[in-house]
Every structure is written in structure tokens, then in C-alpha cells.
Design a protein around this ligand. Sequence first.
Ligand SMILES: [Zn+2]
Length: 453
Amino acid sequence: MDIAGIDAQAVAEVQKEVVDLLADLIRIDTSNPPGNETQAALFLDKWFRARGLEGEIVGEPAHRKNFVLRLEGTRPGPTLLLLAHMDVVPAEPPAWSVPPFAGVVRDDHVWGRGADDIKNLVAAHAVAVSRLAASGRDFAGTVIYAATADEEEGTDCGARWLVRNRPDLVKSDYLLNEGGGEFDVIRGERVYELNTGEKGTAQFRLTVHGEAGHASVPLRKGNAVVAAAQIIQALHEYDPEVHMEHLPVDYVRMLVDDADLCERLLDPVTARAALRELHERDDQTARLLEPHYGVTFSPTIVHSSSEAINVFPEKVEVTVDCRTLAGRGEDEVRAEVDRALAGIEAPWDLEFVGSVMGNASPDSSPLGDAIDRVMQRHVPGAKIVGLHCVGFTDSNWFRAAFPDVVAYGFGPYIEEDVSITGDLTHNHDERIHVKDVTFQAVFAEGLVRELLR
Ligand SMILES: [Zn+2]
């Protein structure tokens, strides 16, 4: 699909610049670990200097720095931060059809690690900012461009470092980050996902205690392996309490055709039974919706204290990936686990192994309105649905540090829908259509002009 509301000449200019920059960024290997994002920060510094703009390279340690540039408009107004991380997940070359760090452009795509997560936005935002500067900074307020380190693993040196150590540089009224912008075509309509918040994590380890001893005679009670199996089953079957405060109601209505089932999905009393019914009919849709109803438990690791076949272990550990709704944390998880395991006789205890409280911005805001207006100009009829991301993004650190910031994830695609783009993140043969990264640049420039009018 072509980009409406902008002349072909401008699109061609943006495309040339953004594709070149993205390919150059992919050629700088910022696999995390170890990251080495400073190389990419230095490259961006040079790229902006060549366009008469000066930013700052900040952060620690020395090889994991961030690049931040502030551009003042000609009139006073609010501040919008365009955020994207420079690090990428590692790539295993044998699985790829192109070398993952070569920045290959072919078949209308830019190929390589980071092409879709999220050097595309590092490049798109850079081109948008440089065009805003070149055309006279005709906006009201300040645009901050931030290309950050350490998002994929660790999350210490990038966004988190900046909000702690350089709030003067990155505190903003509005923030646009990765995490949304993919589209699906539902009953003929283009539906875009706008991430208005993120779920949290409260992963935990359950230690199940048993009676150690020789296994030649079965234990009727006290085998920690059997108790662990019961615990896993109980967690799997448990229906956590339904909380609808962040349920994307419009999205439920769009995805579920059957009006009766839809109403039951929107009623907290009937929602769990309705979700089970939806799993039977359309598992894919059920899996999209279920995480928005409450806490989720996914047991992923089981470890016995004994390696010997003929010995009952003293303890078995069950590790559970647990995700919480924004604003809800460990206390609630503990209470839910207590309820889920109420029928288990064996002694167990729970230890959290890494929790981050999820957070969210308001569903509607001037930023959301501006996003909608820019989208309507370029993709007439696009529907934008706000929902919370089940994963984690750096928006979390900004919302936690600056409670007034409105932070959304949105880097819109125009050519390839989520059935294609959804599979590419962290996968081999990661790539992006040139029209998509071009549109992401056009969109970011348009958003600054629209929001900071
Ligand atoms: Zn990412």
C-alpha cells in the first residue's frame, strides 16, 4: 500500500535516507550481550553532525553508551521523546539466508539482526528529526531523540541509566517507543495495535519439600516429585481472579464475531468460562485475549535436588513465569498462588526471582489523538486499538521515573501485516519492507508536527 497524503518525491527522499541508515546500523554488531552500543552511538553522532546537529553520547560503562539529541522548535511547547534501543538479540548465522550483520538490501527488504527490533525505529526517528531540523524546526516545543543501550538483556545501562542519571536530558511530556504499530486486517478493516502500557513480571520459584530416602518402596505421601506434578497441574488449571480494568474492550469486540460469546467475555462473572470456550473454538484469539484478564502462570522449569534414579529427592523446584496486570504486584501473586495450591498437602514455599511492576499511561491523551490524526491522513480508515503489551519495553522505566509522562509504543507498518512481521522479531531472517521503515520515518515526522503544533 502507498502512503497517502504525501507526495512521491518526499517519500523517495525519505526512503533513500532511512534505508541507507538502517543498513549502516545493522552492520554495527550490537548483539546483547555484550552490547557494544557505543559504536552505534558514535556512528549516530557522526551522522547527525554531518547534518549540522549535535547530540550527546552519555552513559556507562564506556562500551555501552547512549546517544541523545535535543531539538528545540521555533515556539515553546511540550516535549516529545522519540525512543528506540540500539542493542539487538544475538544471531546464529547458519540459520540465516543472508549474513545477519551485513545490512543486505534486496527484494524490497532490509535484512539483518535489528531490522525489525528495533534499529528500524532508531533509523526512522533519526531521519524524522533531521528533516524537522532541515525544514526550519517549525514546531512548538522540543523533540528529544534517544537511541539507547541495553534493552534486550539486563536493562541497566540504557533507558534505566538515563532516567536515573540524566533526567535533565530525557524527561518529557510525551514518549513514543517501540512495542506497537503492527496491523492486522480484521473483517476488511486495518486494525493497528497501540501499546498504552505493559504488563509486569513476578516470576517465582516454588520449592516443594519431600521425604528423602531410598526409592525401592514407593512413598504414598512425601514424594516431592509427585507433589511437584500436582502443583504444576493445579497452577495450570487454576482460574485467576478476573480484573477488567485494562481489558481492551474494543479489541475483544473486533476479534470475537459471536455477539453472545463476546458479551460473556466482557462480564467478569462469565469471562473465565467464556475464555475456555474461545480456546476450543479459536485458540489463537483466546491466547491474544487471555493475558489481559489477570495474572498468568506458566511453569517452565522443574529441577530435582537428587540426580539419582533410586533416591527420593529432598526437594523439587518448580519455576514459573508469571505476568501481572499493570499496577499489580507480588502480594497479589502470592495470594493467587495460595488459592491455586489450597488443596496441595505437601509443604512448599515461594520465592520471587525477579519482579518488575507493570505500568501504563492513560488510554486517551493528546498523544493518542495526534497518532490517530496522522494515521488517518496516511492510512485512511485505520482503526487504532490501545492495549497493554505482554512483554516488557523501556517505556516502563520512564513511566516509573516520571509519573506524568504519557508513553506509548507505536511504530506503524503500512505494507506487511502482523502475520508476517509478528514472526520476525528475534527470529532468523529478520527483515523489514522498505515501505514499512519509510512509513515509520514519515509517521514520526508527521507526529511531531501534529502533536507540537
Ligand atoms: Zn525491542
